[in-house]
Design a protein around this ligand. Structure first.
Ligand SMILES: Cc1cc2nc3c(=O)[nH]c(=O)nc-3n(C[C@H](O)[C@H](O)[C@H](O)COP(=O)(O)OP(=O)(O)OC[C@H]3O[C@@H](n4cnc5c(N)ncnc54)[C@H](O)[C@@H]3O)c2cc1C
Length: 361
């Protein structure tokens, strides 16, 4: 496969990595990215495909030739940063040279927007909506990338933002200026007011060592933060959708439900703590149904309610229905295995890890 197979990928970038052991690095790439992208290996050639683009990596002698192909320049920057960060992580203490054809100069990240909190309110007992102002909110108004990385600077300090380094990695502020980073979803956008809403799950034991939930719990009007994105997945293109997830996926599912058009059919399967966590949605889809699953005291990420609820719909699944699911890692893996066993490939299904029990993001 080559970049020409993807005519919609207008943004292309070549790079070269010289690791200590090119074969070992290629094997690590395949092993690691299997959880995040479609990975195809053909001899010395590896293709990684995801919603934000493709990376073609070939072992040539003792180096890796890299070709990135993405639909937007923001996604190309993000893909480059992801590949660069991972290659250096795989290299560990071994030497690694990584160069890119455009020879980037250290600069502010192209896909970084500053936000200021304007309002905060609980929409259910354990879900808090933070409304932020953002001068370039229109950047986030896309169905192709619903998610962002939320950059949370230390409280009481002026934010120091990360920059792109010459090797494509992100140079993060250090020491007292270090910022916390977590994935979140843009729940809704008000382009007239240049405002966006982000819904935070106030999850178990929410405390200071959980910067995401802590930000949601304590954000005050005037607080500043940053958003990297949009990216990391969009709305499936099918006209018939089954959307399933726990509370962390509720913002993404809520946004997709509200983006659905009258020619669509949507069924949502939503696992929440209890009835008090149910939300109402404004849906224009021709047919919309929602199934709430309550954990009723069982710890989040352990109830195992989503996989059987999805499985129950497989026998009557329409040929044009796509399934999108996101939740805790073990549960996402069980869903992915079930959907694969049913013969669905990545064009018809995705089961994504949104958080991992016992691990920080
Ligand atoms: C693409 C994407 C989009 C996401 N969108 C949203 C969103 O819009 N809203 C949202 O609230 N979350 C969302 N998440 C999930 C969120 O990023 C994680 O829950 C993240 O771990 C929260 O960070 P934290 O700092 O609160 O906790 P961390 O520091 O990451 O973790 C601390 C502890 O809390 C536990 N923990 C984390 N999340 C949960 C949870 N939901 N329930 C119970 N225990 C938990 C961890 O297992 C760990 O033990 C999204 C994730 C992804 C990948």
């Amino acid at each position: 496969m080559n970049a020409a197979s993807f005519p919609h990928r207008d943004f292309i970038l070549n790079g070269t990595a010289i690791p200590a052991d090119a074969e070992e690095m290629l094997a690590e790439i395949c092993e690691h990215f299997i959880d995040h992208a479609e990975v195809l290996r053909d001899g010395d050639h590896v293709t990684l495909s995801s919603e934000i683009g493709e990376a073609y990596i070939s072992k040539v002698c003792e180096q890796l030739d890299i070709r990135l192909a993405c639909p937007t320049s923001d996604m190309l920057s993000m893909t480059r940063a992801i590949i660069a960060e991972h290659l250096f992580m795989f290299a560990g203490d071994d030497p690694l040279t990584l160069e890119w054809a455009d020879q980037p100069k250290p600069a502010r990240l192209a896909n970084l927007s500053e936000i200021t909190v304007v309002a905060a309110e609980n929409i259910t007992p354990r879900m808090r909506r933070i409304t932020v102002s953002c001068a370039d909110a229109a950047r986030f108004d896309t169905v192709d990338g619903l998610h962002v990385r939320l950059l949370m600077p230390p409280k009481g300090r002026a934010p120091i933002w990360p920059v792109t380094l010459a090797d494509g990695r992100i140079g993060w502020p250090q020491g007292e200026d270090a910022i916390s980073v977590r994935y979140y979803t843009i729940r809704s956008i008000d382009l007239e007011r240049c405002e966006m809403a982000i819904d935070f799950v106030l999850h178990e034991d929410c405390g200071k060592e959980m910067p995401g939930a802590e930000f949601g719990l304590t954000a005050q009007p005037g607080d500043r933060a940053g958003l990297l994105g949009p990216g990391a997945g969009g709305m499936p293109a099918a006209k018939s959708l089954i959307l399933a997830g726990d509370e962390t996926a509720l913002p993404a599912i809520g946004r997709m439900i509200e983006l659905a058009t009258p020619d669509m059919e949507v069924h949502a399967i939503l696992e929440v703590a209890d009835k008090a966590e149910e939300q109402a949605f404004a849906c224009r889809a021709g047919k919309f149904t929602v199934e709430w699953l309550h954990r009723n005291g069982v710890e989040a990420g352990t109830a195992g309610l989503l996989e059987p609820a999805i499985t129950a719909r497989l026998d009557t699944l329409g040929a044009d229905t796509a399934i999108w699911a996101a939740c805790e890692k073990t549960e996402a893996q069980a869903i992915r295995a079930r959907l694969k066993a049913h013969g669905l490939d990545r064009t018809r299904m995705s089961a994504i890890t949104y958080w991992r029990r016992g691990y920080t993001d």
